[in-house]
Design a protein around this ligand. Structure first.
Ligand code: PBG
Length: 337
């Protein structure tokens, strides 16, 4: 006679039973693919430092190909970042109708209509000569990133993206009041249909390293700790997220994701009813890639494990450089668990 009734291993005996009782699953439709559109190039070019990713010319066949390929795999949403060498102190190219993001949006809408769901990053760090996410001012405390004058720039960027055909804008600069400034500007310009995905809990993180190289957006002096969140805080994330929702955010985001799973889970609990996104950032992606390359981990299993962890923690949407690979695995019906 068995000495105990409860044998949890019964539910792990075969893949079929494990799949039957699995609590978490990943669908291609909840993955969002980041895409870099770059001015001044003729064809796609490898984005050095972000394995398997490319820069795409804003109006190009190669851009259409990556989007159509993703749509075929069930990945329907995209986060666009612009890359330019036309930089100044205010990041004016960010709201230029001929800027890389605006040009790409117009082209995508012309060629593919409204089928792809397009999100556009609203920030200036890739467009300013100093590499900060806002307007830098000389004050009695030295150089600071000025909050309120930056909001005017964000509002202009968001409206220019709306005009060019974005579905959602995604303010990532962590200025106070950015969501309400953008919501107001969009509504005033007649774009009530354009949503906001707020980078609500965006931490000052080392994991952005590869992205900053690719986007050319590293700060030329100082760091971002006076506007991005302190990694030691999670209650503050709740405050930031609630504030963004009250200002009009449709979706809130935690970024990075892997080192902040507790924050994802906390926001899931505190903000019921608001879709929650997790940004599996560039450094987190490259850790898996390089670990696999070094023969230390199985890259495919690690990828699915990481994405599943984000889902399990409570993310509804995962923004990830793994999106296409993961969707391909799902299409093949391959699950490592
Ligand atoms: C900037 C921005 C950053 C990322 C997206 N938007 C980096 C930063 O704060 O320097 C990082 C994304 C990634 O690492 O994948 N506003």
């Amino acid at each position: 006679m068995s000495p105990f009734r409860d044998r949890p291993r019964r539910l792990r005996l075969s893949k079929a039973v494990r799949d039957l009782v699995a609590e978490t699953s990943i669908e291609a439709s909840s993955l969002m693919l980041p895409i870099f559109v770059k001015e001044g190039i003729k064809d796609r070019e490898p984005a050095q430092g972000l394995e398997g990713h490319y820069y795409y010319p804003p109006a190009s066949k190669s851009l259409l190909n990556v989007i159509s390929g993703a749509l075929d795999l069930g990945v329907k949403s995209f986060l666009l970042f612009g890359v330019t060498s036309r930089k100044d102190s205010r990041g004016s190219t960010a709201f230029d109708q001929k800027g890389p993001v605006q040009a790409a949006l117009r082209f995508i809408r012309r060629e593919l209509g409204w089928e792809p769901l397009i999100f556009t990053d609203v920030c200036v760090c890739g467009y300013t000569d100093h590499g900060h996410c806002g307007i830098v001012r000389e004050t009695r405390r030295g150089l600071v990133v000025d909050n309120d004058s930056t909001l005017e720039v964000y509002a202009k960027i968001a409206v220019s993206h709306a005009e060019a055909g974005t579905d959602f804008v995604a303010p990532s600069g962590m200025m106070d009041g950015q969501v309400s400034a953008i919501r107001e500007a969009l509504d005033k310009a007649g774009y009530a249909d354009v949503g906001i995905m707020a980078y609500s809990a965006k931490y000052a993180s080392s994991f952005y390293g590869p992205f900053r190289i690719v986007a050319g957006s590293a700060p030329r002096f100082g760091d971002r700790r006076s506007y991005q969140m302190d990694p030691r805080n999670s209650r503050e994330a709740v405050k930031e997220a609630l504030k963004d929702v009250s200002e009009g955010a449709d979706i809130v985001m935690v970024k990075p994701a892997l080192a902040y799973l507790d924050v994802i889970s906390l926001l899931k609990e505190k903000l019921s009813g608001i879709p929650l996104a997790a940004y599996n950032v560039s450094g987190e992606y490259m850790l898996v890639k390089l670990g696999a390359k070094a023969g230390l981990i199985d890259g495919e299993v690690a990828m699915m494990e990481v994405l599943t962890a984000m889902k399990r923690a409570g993310a509804d949407i995962i923004i990830t450089y793994h999106a296409l690979e993961a969707a391909e695995m799902l299409r093949r019906g391959y699950s490592p668990f």
